[in-house]
Structure formats: C-alpha cells, structure tokens
Design a protein around this ligand. Structure first.
Ligand SMILES: Cc1cc2nc3c(=O)[nH]c(=O)nc-3n(C[C@H](O)[C@H](O)[C@H](O)COP(=O)(O)O)c2cc1C
Length: 174
C-alpha cells in the first residue's frame, strides 16, 4: 500500500512538480454532434514508445471537454512554438467557440481537425488508443500515425509560468 501521510501538502506538491520544465501543447479533436472543433492547452504531454510510436497526456476529470476526448477516434497534439504563447492562453479557458476564433483549421492527413499554423514546433496525429483512470485525471495513450516538425523555438513552461527568456543559441537542424 502506498504511504500517504495525512499532512501531505498538495500545494507544496504542485510547487515541486512545477520545477519540472515542460513544453506546451494544444490538443484538438472534433466533437461528433454537432461536428465542431474542441481544443485545450496541455503540458502533461510526454513520449512513451518509439516502436510502436506512442505518446501520453493527462486530462483533469473536471474538464468540460473530457467526454469529447474520450469519444474521439483521433486527436492532434500541437507542440507550441515560443511565438504561440497567445494560443497557450487562448486554449486554457473560455468557451470552445472563442478558443478557435480567427484561427485557420485544416484536416490532418488522417482526417482530424488541426490548427493550420506553420509556426507549431511539432504536431502528432494520434489514434486514441487507450485511456487510464489515475486519481483526478485520465491518462490518454495515443498511437502516433503521422507527425511533423519545424525548427521553431518551443514554448517552455515551468513554476506555473511561461519561460519567455529568448534563446541565445540557434537550434540545430536535427
Ligand atoms: C500551460 C498550461 C498547461 C496545462 N496543462 C494541463 C494538463 O496537462 N492537463 C489538464 O487537465 N489541464 C491542463 N491545463 C489546464 C487546461 O488547459 C484547462 O483546464 C482547460 O482548457 C479547460 O478546458 P475545458 O473547457 O475542457 O474545461 C493547462 C493549462 C495551462 C495554461
């Protein structure tokens, strides 16, 4: 049995987790009835397996978009570039219709709705393989069917804020 001291400090836990720097993604899918785009900002993205290619991310059970992502056959994970800070903010709150306002969308090769924005540092079109209940979150495992990337500087998030320090080193081309 895991030990869970009664005085476990969840605020301190969050602060400790915040020391782990991550990238920032926007994940999109399409709701079925009516067919509309759904998207949100997620930093809990990570790689899982190279062969077969698999990734994971976790979503709070409180998210209003939870049912859409549970049902979606596929979704697209967009790794944001530093120049896309506004998208990270736009997709973190507010009604879905406003999140997509003034944004161009396109069909990913497998048919999923995705952002039509060449600024993205990378994108992964995923088959919605499995979902696992884990405390107050649901962990999604996606099997990557297609992906793309640019050489744009990725957006970095840590300690509960975006890292806006400009990069001094050029990115290598690999
Ligand atoms: C930088 C950043 C990272 C986030 N990462 C996650 C995450 O990994 N999982 C999550 O459930 N919510 C995360 N959120 C919060 C969600 O974006 C937010 O709760 C969500 O947009 C609410 O969407 P809803 O309309 O589905 O309720 C993050 C927010 C920000 C600003």
């Amino acid at each position: 049995m895991p030990a869970q001291p009664h005085n476990f400090d969840s605020t301190y836990f969050r602060a400790a987790l915040g020391r782990f720097a991550t990238g920032v993604t926007v994940i999109t899918c399409e709701s079925a009835h009516p067919a509309t785009p759904v998207g949100l900002t997620i930093s809990s993205f990570n790689s899982v397996s190279l062969d077969p290619p698999m990734v994971l991310w976790s979503l709070t059970r409180k998210a209003s978009s939870l049912a859409h992502f549970q049902r979606a056959e596929r979704y697209v994970i967009h790794v944001l570039a530093a120049s896309q800070l506004h998208l990270a903010r736009q997709f973190a709150s507010g009604p879905q219709s406003l999140r997509f306002r003034d944004l161009r969308l396109k069909r990913a090769p497998g048919g999923t709705l995705m952002l039509d924005d060449p600024e993205c540092a990378a994108w992964f079109e995923c088959y919605n393989l499995t979902r696992h209940e884990a405390g107050d979150h649901l962990v999604f495992i996606g099997q990557v069917e297609r992906c793309g990337r640019s050489f744009n500087q990725p957006l970095v998030y840590h300690a509960g804020d975006f890292d806006l320090t400009p990069s001094t080193e050029p990115l290598s081309n690999n």
